[in-house]
Design a protein around this ligand. Structure first.
Ligand SMILES: Cc1cc2nc3c(=O)[nH]c(=O)nc-3n(C[C@H](O)[C@H](O)[C@H](O)COP(=O)(O)OP(=O)(O)OC[C@H]3O[C@@H](n4cnc5c(N)ncnc54)[C@H](O)[C@@H]3O)c2cc1C
Length: 399
């Protein structure tokens, strides 16, 4: 897909912004696993919490292709920051845009779009992930309130979010039509963050287990219609898949850019600037005298990486453009997410092979990218779940 002038200008601006403001903190965030507050503030200042939200909601009023570009460019330098932004934008903001009342939008959506408040989305539970309909968290109406009990697992922004959008069963006999969506504020009694999870990738992002124990919220914190929650969550996941696909493209692009940077640098300036340990590694790998980059076998690997990234980017932009046109994009989002995340895994693996043994050194963030890309294959539905969605849509189209 060819970007228009506005999208190209946005991409250029985001590349500069991410390299200047987000990149300097990325390695430290990964090392310490600290939540990237500095980066979050920088994103908020730039208006990036509401890229595709209309201006009347406090957003930038751009399209979903620009939203994908923002996630890609941020994730190209720091996936922990990228997932924090993506989880906030496409899930809680997406749900409130879809089904929120005017009052809910004013109270919750607008502060989130402006970057004044952070949001999270709790669907997964210890006993239900891919089979989200098997959730056991339930909500009962009591004295004009909703009382919620249950546990949510792997919730991004779990301890840092001001507002959490969660799913709960309200009428078990109605199965998926008996699931509703609720807005929970951070300090509501009965809502606790029971653990912050340590992870292999997206290490600076805030992933938590949340417990709701007779957590009582006012009736007006039901989102949309009672029983329509599952439909809303599936809808938000379609958009979420565009976000995670864009993250994977950013990581793959970051990995390719590192390969080009180092291979060309070592060809240009054989050994200057490298410390002793690096010199030894470079010599060992025969990189510093430029031999590898001159070989067609290595150039073909770079060509394959570039080809795969270009294909994935076109898929994700297409899904985003369909969303912008207001036409169905479920299948295209699942195809894009599946291909982009599996492509990202292949590209990051090739990058590690290309720069080995430098790949594991502190100067090159490839081990971080490699750990981060794996999480992209899991969040917003695993690759197997994407295949289930694609096959279902394909069969529906051909029945
Ligand atoms: C870092 C991170 C952040 C996350 N953030 C959030 C969040 O903010 N909110 C949220 O609600 N969730 C979040 N999740 C949860 C994520 O969406 C789930 O982990 C994912 O949907 C898989 O669910 P599960 O972990 O229970 O695995 P399971 O569903 O138990 O799956 C285990 C394995 O079985 C496979 N499998 C399952 N069912 C089938 C089937 N029918 N056919 C073939 N294979 C199958 C899966 O593909 C997977 O490989 C996050 C997860 C991670 C890792």
């Amino acid at each position: 897909m060819i970007l228009n002038k506005e999208q190209l200008a946005f991409k250029k601006k985001l590349r500069e912004f991410a390299e200047k403001q987000i990149l300097p903190h990325a390695a430290e965030i990964d090392r310490t696993t600290e939540f990237p507050w500095n980066n979050i503030k920088a994103l908020a200042k730039e208006g990036l919490f509401g890229v595709s939200q209309p201006k009347e909601n406090g957003g930038l009023g751009l399209d979903n292709v620009c939203y994908s570009i923002a996630i890609e460019e941020v994730s190209r330098v720091c996936a922990s920051t990228g997932v924090t932004l993506a989880a906030h934008s496409s899930l809680p903001c997406g749900l409130l845009s879809l089904a929120g009342t005017a009052d809910q939008k004013k109270k919750y959506l607008i502060p989130m779009v402006k970057g004044e408040k952070l949001g999270g989305f709790g669907l997964t539970e210890p006993g239900s992930g891919s089979d989200a309909a098997a959730m056991s968290t339930h909500a009962e109406k009591k004295n004009g309130n909703w009382v919620i009990t249950g546990t949510k697992m792997f919730t991004t922004n779990g301890s840092t979010a001001d507002f959490m959008l969660i799913s709960a069963v309200t009428s078990p006999e109605k199965k998926t039509h008996g699931i509703s969506a609720f807005i929970i504020e951070k300090d509501t009694p009965g809502f606790t963050v029971s653990q912050k999870l340590e992870k292999m990738g997206w290490r600076g992002s805030d992933t938590c287990e949340l417990v709701f124990e007779n957590c009582t919220i006012p009736e007006e914190n039901l989102l949309g219609k009672e029983g329509d929650g599952f439909k809303y969550f599936l809808n938000a996941l379609d958009s979420g898949r565009i976000g995670v696909g864009a993250m994977a493209i950013g990581l793959a692009q970051g990995a390719l850019d590192e390969c080009l940077k180092w291979l060309l640098k070592e060809k240009r300036e054989p050994i200057e600037g490298a410390d002793e340990e690096l010199k030894e590694a470079l010599l060992y790998a025969d990189l510093w005298n430029g031999k590898r980059i001159d070989q067609q076998a290595f150039q073909f690997i770079l060509a394959d990486m570039e080809t795969e990234i270009t294909v994935a980017r076109n898929m994700i932009y297409t899904a985003a453009a369909l969303k912008d046109q207001g036409v169905p994009f479920k299948k295209e989002a699942a195809i894009g997410k599946l291909f982009a995340t599996e492509m990202g895994m292949r590209v990051c693996t090739k990058a590690i092979d290309l720069l080995a043994p430098l790949s594991g050194t502190e100067e090159i963030p490839l081990s971080r990218f490699f750990r981060d890309i794996k999480a992209c294959e899991i969040g917003e539905g695993t690759s197997q779940v994407q295949r289930i969605v694609i096959a279902r849509e394909l069969l529906k189209e051909n029945e």
